[in-house]
Ligand binder design. Structure first.
Ligand code: UDP
Length: 494
């Protein structure tokens, strides 16, 4: 690597949903701001082979200026409660155990990085970075609203949490929309345990970094992006520069494929080529989202009732744990086939209008395809941004983490989605599913949503273009990193 360039290390916490935005930020830093980047891909014992094989890593392995270091897989299962293995805790413990390896790798580099950028789960690496004289940044791979909630956590009183958890009153965040109890995070439902405490501590350490990046843009969230930097509003608590640098979404790099490797992908995209414009609804619940068998069957019947063409990414159903597949996204359980869990005859009845794809589909390409007209999504932020940047309106069907907040933003503020609501027993019924899909695909309401989402697509592209608000934000952050490099080298010269 060339010494005159700023060299940043980015830590991607386990899970493809965390890796993808880290990769996109890295690409932006190298191609637009002249950085060299090393990405540390932190892996758990269950996902390492899947992550390293993932097309996302293969696609960037040839890019100039980006080095990838996959950390040795870590098994933290003995430290988790087997009855309730919290996803967040699993990620945090894996990050902690991987730190000594990351440190030793940085120390052994000929031109070590001068900047460390971590995601929400990587804040335990910040003291190490300071110890190594690196400047420190946190990248919220999410929207400004949720970033604001996280950064404000240390200032929320026990009484306010108690009113939220016990009396279901909204959590008030200065300058931002309040968080309604129906949309709240699991940790805020009983905010007195060690997981909540760990989250608040992480928030505290975020408030000590040199800068904070968010995967959003000013025109998408004018209120929250203003509040976080405004010293009369939320900025008085944060006191750090907060840079909206999005929308950073997966771009698809051409890769040389081995024979047979992309057969499935070609089949899906080839099928889409033969469908009329904006006539296909795409259904996917992220890299890890799963549902119960009952819900899957209801969804299948709902799809049939909607009478729309579809592509559905089907995962093995799991009872009661919506993020069960988070680490083993592409593992096929016990050799499962989609027919095992769908209503009898569903696949053959729908074979002319639909495609059930097991486990994983080329989502970025599907959403960009002119035949795709709607997206049933779990509202993971990467999926949301990909949909907006493809001009595709959504059926918002949140499952876990901050997805309910995202669904509210999409359906109530931005007007680019309709929202699914589970009945008692937690199941969204087939009639509602059919109605929601038809509202997006064929009703007048869908036409209006399509117009709106295309306006946001244009505004997102503008934000990233030269002189656009997000481009300028990242320029500013890059300048600050250069200044840090200069002050370090003059310090060393003395
Ligand atoms: N993804 C994909 N194919 C799939 C499922 C997911 O390419 O079948 C990609 C999707 O395009 C997105 C990411 O995986 O970039 C999922 O991230 P998101 O934030 O939406 O959800 P998470 O998986 O973190 O819950």
């Amino acid at each position: 690597m060339v010494t005159t360039k700023t060299h940043a290390a980015l830590l991607a916490s386990p899970g493809l949903g965390h890796l993808i935005p880290t990769v996109e930020l890295s690409k932006r830093l190298t191609t637009h701001h002249g950085f060299d980047v090393t990405i540390f891909v932190v892996t758990t014992a269950t996902d390492s082979s899947e992550t390293t094989k993932s097309p996302i890593l293969q696609q960037i392995s040839n890019l100039n200026g980006i080095d990838i270091i996959v950390t040795p897989p870590v098994d933290v299962s003995d430290k988790l409660d087997p009855k309730n293995p919290s996803l967040g805790l699993q990620i945090v413990l894996t990050m902690l155990e991987s730190l000594p390896f990351i440190r030793s790798q940085i120390l052994s580099m000929k031109f070590p990085p001068s900047v460390l950028i971590v995601d929400l789960f990587g804040t335990m690496a910040l003291p190490m970075a300071r110890d190594l004289n690196m400047s420190t940044y946190v990248f919220f791979a999410t929207n400004a609203w949720f970033s604001a909630v996280t950064m404000y956590l240390p200032f929320i009183t026990d009484e306010a949490f108690s009113r939220h958890a016990n009396n279901h009153q909204p959590l008030l965040i200065p300058g931002c929309e309040p968080v309604r109890f129906e949309d709240t995070l699991e940790t805020f439902v009983s905010p007195w345990g060690p997981i909540h405490e760990g989250y608040v501590n992480a928030a505290r350490s975020i408030l000590s970094v040199d800068g904070i990046l968010m995967n959003t843009w000013k025109d998408l969230e004018p209120g929250a992006t203003k509040a976080v930097n405004d010293h009369d509003i939320l900025g008085q608590f944060i006191k750090r520069p907060v840079y909206p640098v999005g929308p950073l979404v997966r771009t698809v790099e051409p890769v040389e494929k081995k024979e047979g490797e992309s057969e499935n992908e070609d089949l899906i995209l080839g099928w889409l080529d033969r469908q009329p414009a904006e006539s296909v609804i795409y259904l996917s619940f992220g890299s890890g989202g799963t549902m119960s068998e009952v819900q899957m069957r209801e969804l299948a019947y709902g799809l049939e009732l909607s009478q729309q063409r579809f592509i559905w990414v089907v995962k093995q159903p799991v009872q009661g744990d919506a993020c069960a597949a988070f680490f083993d996204t592409m593992k096929d359980g016990n050799g499962f086939t989609v027919e095992d869990y769908l209503p009898e005859g569903f696949v053959s009845r729908t074979k002319n209008v639909g495609n059930c794809v097991p486990l994983w589909a080329p989502q970025a390409e599907i959403l960009k395809h002119p035949a795709t007209g709607g997206f049933v999504t779990h509202c993971g932020w990467n999926s949301v941004l990909e949909s907006i940047l493809s001009g595709v309106p959504m059926v918002a069907w949140p499952l876990y983490a901050e997805q309910k907040m995202n669904a509210t933003m999409l359906s109530e503020e931005l007007g680019v989605a309709v929202r699914a609501t589970a009945a008692e027993g937690g199941v969204v019924c087939r009639e509602q599913i059919a109605e929601l899909i038809r509202r997006v695909m064929v009703e007048k309401e869908g036409i209006a949503m399509r117009v709106k989402v295309k306006e946001y697509k244009i505004s997102g592209e503008k934000a990233l273009s030269v002189f656009g608000s997000s481009h300028e934000s990242l320029c500013q952050m890059a300048k600050d990193c250069e200044l840090h490099d200069l002050s370090q080298s003059s310090h060393e010269a003395k």
